[in-house]
Ligand binder design. Structure first.
Ligand code: GTP
Length: 664
């Protein structure tokens, strides 16, 4: 058994995990149906557009702190958080039963297409409860959080606005790696934890086994667990009473000067930046002047309200309440997540804010059409306002022109960011092969931090003496019959076993130190296929380790393509080089001349392929007269060219970049 003591040793500064559930696989699919898209765009606009409403029946002054409960729903992916949120919104009359779509709070098109939550969403509900012998109205702020570890920054930020959580566990799947990770986020934040064993309607549900796991892994009292089915509604009547009874009201002093924590923000075409805030102390009213502790800038409060679940103007937010504020901020540089906002006239101690984000994967983003750099900049500016966890710095590539180097929390995060750029901001991008951050030291004792492999000279002036790569501590939970295959997989990935134990009679927990690079690229796919989807995986950042790394260049007709360079472990360079060259050969169409594709370490070529020259041009068969056909072919060719990137004299389709990105 894994004791609470042993697991608590795993307390983490940051953690990451992968979900192995069925819906996650959808991330590789970029396909979608256009009618669904336009509907989803509409619903998104409905939420993020200028749809502010007034509800004169809401009087927030009736809800002092002791009548407020702020809680998050946390769980492993697909254990039913968003469905449970739907039911609670219905139970409180916040949304009408049967209206709206399932997983109501998953508003983004990318969330609905992929069936995952990527953005935490807050909804305020009003609920009457028999409390201490009398019927009392409560204001409940529910925050639905993402399950996938790449978005754990969203979870940790959400928890900063809460005093308790519903820890949802699937009654058939039991505790999974991200249940463990999310439990510790809540545990370390000192939040009240209400275990909810969901999906008890499933034929394979085994709530007693899950209760035992909750006891043995987290030391949670099995009698405290609520048994629910968010699908059939069974047991749901116990949830809100438990929230009111077991979660403490928010602390904070209503007579102290105003302090608000900026939790999140997004950009609205009409109103500018809309900030999501939690009022720690004092009160905020429309028309007041507030300042930012981070930037010292002052603003007038143009609008203030709650998410009920749409933006609902209230004119005021009081101590302990969570809502939105519009101040006329125009960019992300002004709306800093974790900032403290306060009345300009007062002097306050800023709130602690959030831990800085640690970016694990870096990739260059370039406009698919090189001339479109301005609109890419605009799109990135808008989107980073809604996703505070991406880092952005300008860079340029000889192959791709001007672009940005972006840091992400993981590959899924990177993928979702691309998709949102395309869907929400109509920006068409090419991204370079993702890389993890390395450190190289040279014989003159200089060191460089590499977030872009192109920055590492292929033939450096000084000899490389030492290289370091980031590692992670991975936690893998699997049915015991898969232990042997997992050991093989982890040793192939240069892993070092740290722990191997059983969480019950059927499931094993293994801990490995693994190089980050080995897990960001398709590790979880392999884990999933080896275990038929039964493994769950989570990881936390660990130290850098010394490693034998080399830079692998890709050359087209002898010219290195900086955007395709990558850094790999020497023992894998040959295989990776061969794979990259083969992939490129598949995606580069034949052109009017022969193309050689090479992978090289320094001046040594380790893999080579040739795309032979095309003999005829597209118009060759259009003898003289067929003008319409000629025109059509030329248009088709022009259209095709838009999706190409010319590198030297070679045209490379965007798909080639995407394919390289999928695993090297
Ligand atoms: P992420 O946001 O991706 O982390 O997922 P989630 O935890 O929010 O899960 P979600 O609510 O999206 O539910 C995942 C799937 O489980 C959906 O297909 C739901 O319909 C289904 N589901 C949720 N609750 C229940 C339940 O109580 N019983 C059954 N049988 N299915 C459920």
């Amino acid at each position: 058994m894994v004791s609470l003591y042993r697991l608590s040793k795993l307390r983490r500064s940051q953690r990451f995990s992968f979900n192995l559930s069925s819906s996650y696989r959808e991330i590789d699919g970029f396909g979608s149906t256009s009618h669904l898209n336009s509907f989803l765009c509409w619903t998104q606009r409905a939420f993020y557009g200028s749809h502010f409403r007034e509800d004169p029946s809401i009087d927030l002054s009736q809800y002092p702190s002791d009548r407020i409960r702020n809680f998050s729903i946390i769980a492993h992916v697909d254990h039913g958080k968003s469905t449970l949120a739907d039911r609670l919104l219905e139970l409180t009359g916040t949304i009408r039963k049967g209206h709206g779509q399932p997983q109501y709070l998953d508003k983004l098109q990318v969330e609905r297409e992929r069936g995952i939550t990527v953005k935490a969403q807050t909804a305020t509900m009003f609920h009457q409860h028999n409390y201490l012998g009398s019927n009392t109205n409560f204001l409940l702020n529910l925050i639905d959080t993402p399950g996938h570890v790449d978005f754990s920054y969203e979870v940790s930020r959400s928890l900063a606005a809460c005093q308790g959580v519903l820890l949802v566990v699937d009654a058939a799947q039991g505790v999974q790696a991200q249940t463990v990770a999310n439990f510790y986020l809540a545990f370390e934040a000192n939040l009240a934890i209400i275990p909810v064993i969901n999906k008890i309607d499933q034929p394979t549900a085994d709530p007693d086994r899950v209760k035992e796991q909750l006891k043995s892994i987290f030391d949670l009292d099995p009698n405290d667990a609520l048994l629910t089915s968010a699908k059939t509604g069974q047991g749901l009547d116990q949830v809100l009473p438990a929230v009111v009874e077991r979660i403490p009201p928010p602390p904070g002093n209503s007579s102290s000067p105003l302090r608000m924590l900026l939790l999140d923000s997004y950009y609205d075409e009409y109103k500018g930046v809309i900030c999501h805030v939690a009022v720690a102390d004092g009160a905020l009213r429309k028309g007041e002047k507030i300042s930012s502790a981070a930037t010292n800038q002052s603003y007038e409060v143009l609008d203030v309200g709650i998410m009920h679940p749409e933006l609902t103007q209230t004119g005021v937010l009081l101590t302990g309440q969570v809502g939105y504020v519009v101040t006329g901020m125009r960019s992300t540089k002004e709306a800093r997540v974790g900032d403290t906002l306060f009345h300009t006239r007062s002097i306050i101690e800023p709130l602690p804010g959030f831990k800085p984000v640690k970016h694990m994967v870096f990739s260059g983003l370039y406009p698919a059409d090189g001339s479109d750099f301005e609109s890419l900049s605009h799109a990135i500016e808008r989107l980073t306002c809604n996703d505070a966890s991406v880092s952005v710095t300008k860079e340029s590539s000889t192959a791709l022109g001007m672009g940005y180097r972006c840091g992400f929390l993981g590959l899924l995060h990177m993928d979702v960011f691309h998709q949102r750029l395309e869907q929400e901001h109509e920006a068409h991008v090419i991204s370079t092969v993702p890389t993890v951050p390395y450190i190289f030291e040279f014989s003159d004792e200089s060191k460089i931090h590499i977030q872009n492999p192109a920055m590492l000279p292929s033939n450096p002036k000084h000899r490389v003496t030492t290289c370091w790569e980031p590692t992670v501590i991975a936690t893998i939970i699997i049915p015991s019959e898969y232990v042997g295959s997992i050991i093989t997989l982890c040793s192939e990935r240069r892993g070092e076993q740290l722990e191997y134990s059983f969480i019950d009679s059927q499931r094993a927990l293994m801990k490995y130190r693994l190089p980050l690079r080995e897990i960001v690229v398709d590790f979880y796919n392999e884990l999933k296929s080896i275990t038929s989807g039964y493994a769950s995986f989570d990881y936390e950042e660990a130290d850098y380790q010394i490693s034998d790394l080399v830079k692998l260049d890709i050359l087209l007709n002898g010219q290195p393509v900086d955007a395709m360079a990558t850094i790999v472990h020497r023992s894998k360079a040959q295989r990776v080089g061969r794979e990259l060259v083969d992939k490129l050969k598949k995606f580069i169409d034949r052109q009017m001349f022969e193309i050689t594709i090479q992978a090289a370490i320094g001046s040594k070529v380790i893999a080579r392929e040739t795309v032979s020259a095309m003999r005829k041009n597209v118009l060759a068969k259009c003898y003289g007269g067929d003008v319409t056909r000629k025109k059509k072919l030329l248009e088709k060719q022009k259209e095709g060219k838009k999706r190409m990137k010319r590198i030297g004299s070679v045209d490379i389709p965007q798909e080639a970049f995407r394919e390289l990105l999928k695993g090297s």
